[in-house]
Design a protein around this ligand. Structure first.
Ligand code: SF4
Ligand code: SF4
Length: 440
């Protein structure tokens, strides 16, 4: 049996879009490009309403020490800087609204970078980090941490590179298709990271429900002794970095430890493609593959779309709704956030857009019946039932003592709970209170 971690759950995959090739969506007439594109504080606009912008022009930046710039995904005119409620940040943030002129006029900075670009084999570590930063590459698996900062912060320490191709959330197949359709770019990105960091060993971790992609990558790597494609058992949350290390290396990294201090660095599959495009093609991150699916979508697809494409137009490109959705979710059903404003623009970290009917959206009361299922399935060996009870009683110090800060918020406990207790919601409440009290 392929390796895995202790705990977790098997969830129906709903990964039918894994068989459909990526479709390129034409750029929309208007893009709404959020200024909250990476973890950390939102950026500030560097353009104003009325300004003309080119494709790839920098339109946002922040003074956060790990920040990377944000680029326009179309050429045209800035029509507004709009405030909107961002469910991921749980705050009002700004978005740059650009009316597309349909010309895709490339910014001069990109033309210059393309003229001066070197073979990545001849680039220094600093040049690679700088190219990744200037291209605005962030982790495309959802965390959206700037990729250049991850590399810079892990130099010297990390000697083992993990490529996260687990894609363990149900419904999402964007990385699966990227592996099948862009394998050379993916492996090119891997080589750039290896070169920049002096990596000694690389594991490409793929869940065994994507054996076709694993076989394709393994075939391309047959002459490489330093890179190994490893199949992992399909189980949620196999895509968590700690669970990948647990499955591959049979060690349980302490949650509080930095991966680099343990000798690891991890990138997701699509991020490697973006790193390749930044260093080899000189292209900033202005588009991504997003899985648009769910039982309310007429023709579920993987779509290559510009950053800032309104959710409503992504849905339209997939044939629209066949029934009224109960929930529209940014990301997977386990860890995604609910969306209600369909003007919301595609963000760099948005791997999926789900429109689902039914589910746990009724008003029946919840009650713990002490069955212990949440404890059995928690991959972090926590006591989710106790945590929920203590958080409900606002005993946050008790939650702290029971290691609430180690929780991944993976949602496994809520999913298996027959008493319908929204455990993760209680846990988030406790973590937020502890964060406010400086105990995180
Ligand atoms: S307690 Fe946290 S880590 Fe454990 S199953 Fe629940 S959400 Fe996942
Ligand atoms: S799974 Fe739900 S009902 Fe069972 S112990 Fe945990 S919280 Fe209680």
């Amino acid at each position: 049996m392929n390796p895995t971690f202790r705990g977790g759950i098997h969830i129906a995959g709903h990964k039918e879009t894994g068989k459909s090739p990526i479709e390129v969506m034409p750029a929309p007439g208007v893009v709404r490009i959020s200024l909250a594109q990476h973890s950390g504080p939102p950026m500030k606009a560097t353009v104003a309403p009325g300004d003309k912008v080119c494709l790839g022009q920098v339109i946002g930046m922040s003074d956060w020490k790990f920040a990377c710039p944000l680029h326009s995904s179309v050429s045209g005119k800035v029509s507004a800087i709009e405030k909107y409620y961002d469910p991921e940040k749980a705050a009002l943030v700004e978005a740059v609204v650009v009316e597309n002129d349909g010309l895709d006029t490339l910014d001069e900075s990109i033309l210059k970078a393309q003229e001066q670009k070197k073979d990545p084999q001849d680039m220094t570590t600093d040049e690679i980090i700088s190219a990744i930063k200037e291209a605005g590459v962030v982790g495309l698996g959802g965390a959206a941490f700037p990729a250049h900062a991850k590399i810079a912060n892990s130099l010297v320490k990390a000697k083992t590179l993990l490529i996260n191709c687990a894609e363990c959330e149900p419904y999402i197949t964007a990385d699966h298709r990227a592996m099948l359709e862009y394998p050379e770019k993916l492996l090119g990105g891997v080589d750039i990271i290896i070169r920049a960091m002096g990596i000694e060993r690389t594991y490409i971790a793929v869940e065994d429900n994507k054996a076709d992609a694993a076989a394709m990558l393994a075939g391309l790597l047959k002459d490489r002794g330093d890179i190994e494609v490893r199949l992992l058992k399909t189980k949620y949350p196999q895509g968590d970095k700690g669970m990948i290390i647990n499955a591959l290396c049979k060690t349980e990294p302490p949650r509080s430890a930095r991966l680099a201090d343990l000798g690891f660095i991890i990138f997701n599959a699509s991020t490697c493609v973006a790193i390749y495009r930044a260093c080899v093609e000189g292209m900033p991150l202005i588009e991504r593959v997003v899985t648009v699916t769910g039982d309310c979508i007429k023709t579920p697809k993987n779509v290559l779309a510009r950053i800032g494409t309104p959710v409503s137009e992504l849905i339209e490109f997939c044939g629209g709704f066949v029934k009224t959705p109960e929930k529209i979710i940014n990301g997977g059903p386990m860890m995604g956030t609910a969306l209600w404003d369909l003007k919301y623009g595609l963000k760099k970290g948005m791997s999926a857009l789900l429109a689902l009917s039914g589910g746990k959206c009724d008003d029946l009361p919840s009650c713990c019946i002490n069955c212990g299922r949440c404890v059995r399935h928690c991959p972090m060996r926590l006591m989710p039932n106790y945590l929920a009870r203590m958080a409900g009683a606002r005993d946050y110090d008790g939650c702290y003592d029971y290691n609430v800060n180690d929780c991944l918020e993976c949602g496994t406990c809520s999913y298996v709970c027959p008493g319908r207790v929204d455990i993760v919601q209680y846990i988030r409440q406790a973590k937020n209170a502890l964060y406010a009290a400086g105990k995180r």
